[in-house]
Design a protein around this ligand. Sequence first.
Ligand code: IMP
Ligand code: MG
Length: 178
Amino acid sequence: MDTIQIKDKNFTISIREKEIQKEVIRVANEINRDLAGEEPLFLSVLNGSFMFTSDLMKHITIPCEISFIKLASYQGVSSTGTIKEVIGINEDVTDRTIVIVEDIVDTGLTMQRLLETLGTRHPKKIYIASLLVKPDKLKVDLDIKYVAMRIPNDFIVGYGLDYDGYGRNYPDIYTVVD
Ligand code: IMP
Ligand code: MG
């Protein structure tokens, strides 16, 4: 299936499952090498990173813990727009090495907000592992240590990422056709 339709949009295949898996394994190996002895706590950001997290963790061979968090958006009363609240951090992150597992860093504003929130809980160190980064759209200065793939600005779906809630189930990544 090289083209799919979700609601009003058409998408064409852009990154195949095999290529994704290759890069995910590379990232897992980098983490295994760099964080040996750290016993990291992986914090997977739902919903988008569920597939990446699952595949990544199968290749992590160092002692670690995994937990899941969610960013709940609600409309702020001021003109600042959408505010994101982090929910589901039940672990004590004090002095822990944290690896945030994200699906995609676009403007980086979501990640910046997450780093601020986690930072107040005094972790030892926070690393970011993102499946995808759109470098041309980054608005904030972020040190993204682990990146599976860098992609152009186009909107994508599949492998956990959605268009209006749909399309997360595909094992490949598709790009919108305009
Ligand atoms: P940021 O705050 O602009 O970095 O946005 C990050 C969030 O926007 C991601 O966690 C995704 O949920 C969503 N997002 C950004 N680009 C895409 C895309 O191309 N497809 C699907 N979701 C996206
Ligand atoms: Mg996300």
